[in-house]
Write a protein that binds this ligand. Sequence first.
Ligand code: URP
Ligand code: ZN
Ligand code: ZN
Ligand code: ZN
Length: 534
Amino acid sequence: ASHEFCDAGMGYNVVGCGGSDSSSRRILIKGGTVVNAHHQEVADVYIDDGIIADVKPNIKKSHLQVGDEVAVIDATGKFVMPGGIDPHTHLEMEFMGTDSTETIDDFFSGQAAALAGGTTMHIDFVMPVNGSLSLGFKAYVEKAKKSCMDYGFHMTITKWDDTVAREMEIMVKEKGINSFKFFLAYKGIVMINDELLLEGLKKCKSLGALAMVHAENGDAVFEGQKRMIELGITGPEGHALSRPPLLEAEATARAIRLAGFINTPLYIVHVMSIDAMEEIAKARKLGQRVVGEPVVSGLVLNDSGLWDPDFNIAAKFVMSPPIRAPGHGRALQAAVSMGVLQGFHVVPENTGKSAFGKLVGTDHCTFNSTQKAFGIDDFRKIPNGVNGIEERMHLVWDTMVASGKISVTDYVRITSTECARIFNIYPKKGAILPGSDADIIILNPNSSFQISSNSHHSRSDTNVYEGWIGKGKVEITIVGGRIVWENNELKVNLGSGKYIKMPPFNYLFDGIEKADVSYISSLRAPVNRFKAMQ
Ligand code: URP
Ligand code: ZN
Ligand code: ZN
Ligand code: ZN
């Protein structure tokens, strides 16, 4: 293995690099409450060579192959759950201009932070290089060589021509990408227009790939920003004031209607406002295949930090769409618990087409205070993004489970299982079942966690959740069958993470063709249809 990344492990305990190490490959987790999205029970979990070999009560060490080293973990009174999967991250991303604004966490530090917080897989957004998907993919394959946990890729589409269309097909058929993101904001940088969105939606549909949108009206945001500058509002609060919820709602509604017109599933990333959430709820009630992704910052924070007189504090909260006024977060939490954004009405797995996703991401996109300070005189230049990859599992447990809003099985569904289903890698990921990857966390509900930039594992010098103390603690993280987080210590294995190919045609596509056939026949034979209804 190449050793060029070994230095990336400074400050972490890197036990191996690019290969295997001597730690036990067999682990027996005894007596914990094993939780899957549909069921929980006290059971033992036996891990062999990175895979879950057995899940049942009372597995005796003596029953396992003799002579084997087996590490035994007592999980009595604790929850044994699938490791978290974060559907939305931006590691080592060049964004909003120069490379000095590359996000500060790379595939090593970001993933190490993730593992310390109980997340064992993430899906990152590949940015094309000069519009080229294949060059973008190549660049991300390089970046990801430092990985210490498994990862997948979404691909961002920033322009349209025949080459892009052809490359989308290659990405899906050969490279393991099954989702494409379109930015309706960031005018002049990555924003696309409706014509491109329609082309993209059609292409996604034909490939069985999930279309994703960043939903804000970028032209109106541009206008809002001009307004703020004219009014002399140049600080971070101008960021929120320039792009109010109605601009998020407008773009959300527009994207939903265009996806409905094409009849293809749609995934709205980082839903931050009641206004946008209600557009999604309305479409879902009408039976449209729309997934809304809340992110942890939108669920648990409010915009008060943006008014902090200390620029360094205010700027760290700048992300898009903005963190909203108090009330939005609470409404989004309620939407998650009631299944408004993604129904979790229990529909049998095999009729999954009417069961929609239910998941929480982070949009981890971290810039340190030096980078945020590019915008000290003009909020438009503050690089957008907040942390979360390390904090998500704890914050969702604290605000949703410890507070009684959702069950532990729902917790597993929204932090892991549903993401695996939507991106078509279930049950390899997102489950504690024989044959699944041994990406597992052990959470102690009677312990507590504390968040601070002094102790977090991100490279950033700030944390938007600074000072948060909450219930529940991820005490052990196992990734690929290895214990990497225990006793508040990380022992990550540089280069051990694998790229997870994600196949197209997830369950949201079930029945799409039938809907198309009935749409076409409804155009051709309205009279017959009318008669049939008599
Ligand atoms: O502010 C944000 N959200 N930064 C990351 C890029 C994006 O829009 O997802
Ligand atoms: Zn090495
Ligand atoms: Zn976005
Ligand atoms: Zn993002």
